[in-house]
Design a protein around this ligand. Structure first.
Ligand code: AMP
Length: 412
């Protein structure tokens, strides 16, 4: 039996899960937030209950965040001794074309992750800080990196190349890399198991719909195409990201507003998508609630107006998701299964209902009563009716489990 940490370090937060492997049993999960502020916070959850919840303390850096996590594990007796943690796996957003699989961290590996910071400026620097914090606090314990991009390395050149000069690719590595690969791969394999067919015999479209969101065409167990590109800004509109657009929008808006490219890209990353269109929220729960409030018989004029904008924000996203499903359908010459996963895909029945309506022409039909049944939350569920030509499933994702499995595979 081994205790393995799965870590997801962001620029100001650090999420972790401690798992017992190979039993794949979650021991405790937690998050440290607002690192590098005086208002830091951390909480631990075990068996569905908060067992530590501390707020408003100065947390100066990621090394201190890691120390707080390890101290908490000892304090709550999730480990008797830190030696029990025999491996740490880290999620890394951008592995470029260097990494088609997870690997053990070495100085060369860290150098390559650093080199790729330009392609994931919000994420890769934070991952390096997270890795180095664990190296410092748990010396001698192997660290493994699991890349969001690895699964997408099987895309053929005609899929990953843009229509820009070839030298942009050869000299500057400009191409499509994709994101959320760990999740897409996990849910594709899980759904194949549930259906009882080898993943190699299936054509699957995986819809990872969370704050960040992407779709992947998984043909014969391999990624054939995906919606995210050079960076996780591509694809369809998300919580705060715009998704793809005519690149000229940026130079036009620079001329119109005097804002520079960096600021405009920041707006496309942080103030667009649901938030930008609705002018209200980046969270699909808020949009769902506003739409419901607008439909009440006694809704005010303001509620009706807000409901319309929120519905529009969702419709713009659903329209583009349906477009991608159509294009992946053609690309794979059909589709056997569509899988919904991540925060929105797993929890928003509204999103599943309205996306499936838009792709009904492909023979997709779901049981909408089951779709709205709260009892299906957190469970693998088949939503398609017996008449549907395409199977539709909800499969909860579990990126941390994939990370822990990779630590087990790559270290002793
Ligand atoms: P993720 O990035 O996968 O953690 O997804 C986070 C997003 O999932 C949130 O910002 C919400 O938009 C969405 N979400 C979480 N819970 C629910 C829910 N119960 N109903 C609808 N959307 C949800």
């Amino acid at each position: 039996m081994r205790k393995i940490m799965a870590v997801n370090a962001g620029s100001s937060s650090l999420k972790f899960q401690l798992l017992e492997m190979p039993a794949e049993k979650l021991i405790v999960s937690g998050i440290v937030e607002r690192i590098k502020t005086d208002k830091g916070a951390y909480s631990f959850k075990a068996n569905g209950k908060k067992v530590i919840d501390r707020k408003d303390l100065p947390i100066k850096d990621h090394a201190q965040a890691v120390q707080l996590v390890l101290d908490g594990l000892l304090e709550m007796k999730f480990v008797e001794n830190l030696d029990e943690i025999s491996g740490v796996g880290h999620r890394v957003v951008q592995g470029g074309a260097y990494f088609s699989d997870s690997c053990v961290v070495t100085p060369e590996v860290k150098e390559k992750i650093r080199e790729l910071c330009d392609l994931a400026p919000l994420h890769n620097p934070a991952h390096i800080i997270g890795i180095e914090a664990f190296e410092k606090v748990l010396p001698g314990v192997p660290n493994v990196v699991v890349f969001d991009t690895s699964f997408h390395q099987t895309m053929p050149e005609e899929v990953f190349l843009y229509g820009t000069p070839y030298s942009w690719y050869t000299d500057y590595k400009v191409r499509k890399y994709g994101a959320h690969g760990t999740s897409h791969q996990y849910v594709a394999n899980e759904v194949a198991k549930v259906i009882g067919k080898p993943v190699e015999d299936l054509k699957i479209i995986t819809c990872h719909l969370g704050n960040g969101a992407s779709l992947t065409a998984v043909k014969n167990g391999k990624c054939l195409d995906t919606t995210m590109g050079l960076t996780p800004l591509d694809g369809f509109p998300m919580g705060t990201r715009s998704g793809h657009m005519d690149p000229t929008v940026l130079s036009y808006m620079a001329d119109q507003t005097g804002k520079d490219l960096k600021e405009l890209i920041r707006i496309c990353n942080n103030e667009s998508g649901y938030l930008g269109i609705s002018g209200y929220s980046h969270d699909s729960r808020d949009l769902d609630d506003a739409i419901q409030a607008a439909n009440k018989p006694n809704a005010t004029k303001e509620e009706i107006e807000l409901g319309k904008r929120c519905k529009l924000a969702l419709d713009v996203q659903y329209k583009r998701i349906a477009d991608y499903i159509g294009s992946f359908y053609v690309e794979m010459s059909g589709v056997d299964v569509i899988v919904f996963t991540a925060g929105i895909g797993e929890n928003s029945a509204y999103c599943r209902e309205h996306i499936c309506k838009r792709i009904a022409v492909l023979g997709v039909e779901i049981d909408n009563e089951l779709n709205y049944d709260n009892a299906i939350r957190g469970k693998v569920t088949k939503l398609s009716t017996p008449n549907s030509k395409v199977l539709v499933y909800v499969v909860p994702t579990n990126e941390e489990l994939v990370i822990a499995r990779d630590v087990m595979r790559l270290t002793k």
